[in-house]
Design a protein around this ligand. Structure first.
Ligand code: NOJ
Ligand code: CA
Length: 675
């Protein structure tokens, strides 16, 4: 008797206190992904996602910790659900694809606390066949007026073990770290996009969309496969301060069968952003550019005035002539403005309007206009946005008067080193991806748009697809770029550029600044790349502002490979990844938006790679001259990086192309449609 009572008691205790009930579910339009919403015995709300019936994301909770009110976490009940379907295509003013299809099923879940506060929120899920987005909407209500968020507790419970590619978050070098490749269970605190491949081959990336007036999200591992959001810090205390009503950025899970479809799923981030808010944006001009830049990174020139000053009138005029001769639309000029003497320090000395005495900006700009070359402006701030915002309008006005079409901004300072003016007028030290910077970047982008100027931030806030809403936010840095190959060790190993394709590039364009045909960095050190690889990067790493970053003399000395850099477009009608594995290789074909020509770029890691790709993307019945730039048979980035073969072949859509990539190598092909 006693024993059976005990057994009964054990049984009761064994039932988890918080067993979850499924309260709603939805599927993606093609039935690929399915979502379940649960509420457990404690009133905690969860979601779970499966792909073709196989669990991918297990029950993951949502909620917030607040600074001045009880947490928004438990005691929720469902108050309603609204469903909606959407299927429309829209056209990008510029991009990797001209047309993007936005097709999803939406499920909005109304939630209310059962206790006396009765606070309400809505969780909106959008299900696509290649991923989901969800966000919190907090309506205006008496008990939730001003919201101070200490942490967002959104979870992502990755069910299967597997591998992950991630770069660490909150470290001093901001976004610029090599990717770690670890088991999923080995992820520590990671930036997004963060990419995983599970044991069964499912590819998952975690990111966010429409980061507006909120703090950027990173994720940390709680326990085996359970990842949880960590918002970027703020010197203000709470990580986010907002008044209701507001919506958080979209939390995004791209979920696909393989690496090429993961790459193609990057349009989902755009779809979760608002349409173009700027109206006519025909003035946003994708272009290739050269610049007074690499010399400073090689240490053969300086930003500040003096014997090695890069931005002199004479040198800038020569750069403009070089750009005009070879068909480049812009010349970036760094170090023309006063204040570079001690620029790593506080950024207090920068003037955004006054040139050094040896730089006649009006004359240089006029020379550019005569030659059909626009200056690309530069605003390095050293992270001192208080100082920059004081001069922002004057600085942009000057560029507008000079016909400058794009400005590269820069925020060089350690993480947590952004100097921003708080509401009391005092300087506070903020983070590059915090709410303060989310606001700052949009302020710059909007002010620039008023003057028909495009923006390219370095040391930026991460890309979350806002280029859809603000098409003048053309590109950005946001990871280790080519400059690391100029500096010391470690340089960017070949695998890094492949990793970028499947992580950083999921978020949007990157101003990587490829094309170092000398293959030499500072002090004549070797860059870990073959020559053909430098060309392949122009297709693989998408950017509507794309630099030919080397010195003019190095292009003059490498005329034949340079031809590809001159030919390759920067604006695409269509994009297809023909072959790809995260961390190993990527072969991408893109169709020029302004001609019938196609381009192919491939890069690999440290190993030799071979492919045999079908050219079925070419127009049927048409002949093309394939201008092939490939690694020579003895090419190897360590021993023989300059071995390149440049050859032509006539091909049709029925042909195949055998590609061999040397260790650290790559390939570039131009398919010229023949009459
Ligand atoms: C870092 C940027 O990435 C680089 O391109 C620029 O030259 C320097 N900051 C100076 O602004
Ligand atoms: Ca940088």
């Amino acid at each position: 008797m006693v024993r059976s009572l005990l057994a009964l008691l054990m049984l009761v205790l064994a039932v988890p206190a918080a067993a979850a009930d499924k309260v709603a579910s939805a599927t993606s339009p093609g039935g690929v992904l399915a979502l379940d919403i649960t509420i457990n015995g404690e009133g905690r709300v969860g979601y779970a996602v499966s792909r073709l019936g196989q669990p991918v994301i297990g029950e993951s909770h949502v909620g917030f910790l607040l600074a001045d009110a009880p947490q928004l976490l438990r005691n929720f009940q469902l108050t309603g659900q609204i469903r909606r379907s959407f299927d429309q295509s829209w056209e990008q003013p510029w991009g990797e694809w001209r047309t993007v299809r936005d097709r999803y099923n939406e499920l909005a879940i109304g939630l209310e606390e059962k206790d006396k506060l009765k606070r309400r929120m809505t969780l909106v899920f959008r299900l696509y066949d290649n991923g989901i987005g969800f966000r919190y909407e907090l309506p205006q209500q008496p008990n939730l007026n001003q919201v101070s968020i200490t942490e967002e507790l959104t979870q992502f419970r990755v069910v299967e073990p597997g591998e992950a590619w991630w770069s660490p978050a909150f470290e001093s070098n901001r976004e610029e770290y090599l990717y770690n490749r670890t088991p999923i269970s080995g992820i520590a605190t990671a930036q997004t996009p963060l990419t995983m491949r599970t044991a069964s081959g499912v590819h998952i990336a975690i990111h966010e969309a429409a980061l507006v007036d909120y703090s950027g999200m990173n994720v940390r591992q709680v326990e085996n496969g359970l990842l949880e959001a960590v918002l970027t810090y703020s010197a203000a205390g709470p990580k986010v301060a907002r008044a209701t009503p507001f919506a958080t950025p979209w939390r995004v899970l791209l979920i696909t069968a393989d690496a090429p479809s993961l790459y193609a799923a990057n349009t989902l981030i755009l779809n979760l952003n608002q349409p173009n808010a700027l109206g006519d944006v025909s003035w946003v001009k994708p272009m290739k550019y050269v610049g007074i830049w690499w010399g400073m990174h090689l240490d053969t020139q300086t930003w500040h005035a003096g014997p090695k000053h890069g931005a002199t009138t004479a040198y800038a005029m020569r750069m403009i002539d070089f750009a005009a001769k070879h068909g480049f639309g812009g010349v970036l000029i760094e170090g023309w403005n006063k204040g570079w003497e001690d620029w790593f320090a506080t950024g207090d000395d920068f003037s955004f309007t006054e040139p050094y005495p040896d730089f006649d900006i009006a004359r240089v700009a006029a020379h550019g206009r005569r030659k059909g070359v626009s200056l690309i402006g530069h605003h390095e701030t050293s992270g001192n946005i208080a100082h920059y915002e004081d001069q922002l309008e004057a600085g942009l006005d000057l560029y507008q008067q000079l016909g400058v079409q794009a400005v590269k901004t820069g925020y060089v300072s350690d993480a947590g080193g952004i100097q921003a003016r708080g509401p009391d007028g005092r300087i506070r030290f903020e983070w590059h991806e915090g709410q303060v910077m989310a606001r700052h970047h949009l302020k710059v982008v909007r002010e620039a748009a008023r003057r028909r100027i495009s923006i390219n931030p370095h040391e930026p806030i991460k890309d979350t697809g806002l280029r859809r809403t603000y098409p003048n936010w053309v590109t950005r840095e946001g990871q280790r770029g080519m400059e690391y190959n100029a500096w010391g060790e470690p340089k960017n190993p070949p695998e890094h550029e492949v990793n970028l394709v499947f992580t950083r590039m999921l978020s949007g364009p990157m101003d990587y600044t490829p094309g170092i045909l000398s293959l030499r960095g500072r002090g004549d050190t070797a860059i870990p790349s073959t020559l053909a690889r430098q060309l392949g990067l122009y297709v693989v790493i998408y950017s509507p502002l794309q630099m030919a970053a080397d010195l003019p003399e190095n292009y003059e000395a490498n005329r034949r490979p340079f031809q590809f850099i001159k030919d390759v477009p920067v604006d695409w009608e269509d994009t297809r990844m023909l072959a790809g594995e995260v961390g190993d290789f990527a072969v991408i074909a893109r169709k020029d938006r302004n001609s019938a020509d196609w381009y192919l770029g491939a890069v690999g890691d440290e190993q030799e790679r071979r492919f045999d790709v079908a050219l079925g993307f070419l127009a049927p019945g048409r002949r093309y001259r394939a201008e092939i730039y490939r690694d020579g048979d003895r090419a190897d980035y360590r021993t023989n990086p300059r071995d390149i073969v440049i050859e032509n072949r006539t091909v049709t859509s029925g042909d195949r192309l055998a590609i061999r990539i040397a260790p650290g190598g790559g390939t570039a092909v131009r398919f010229v449609a023949l009459k």
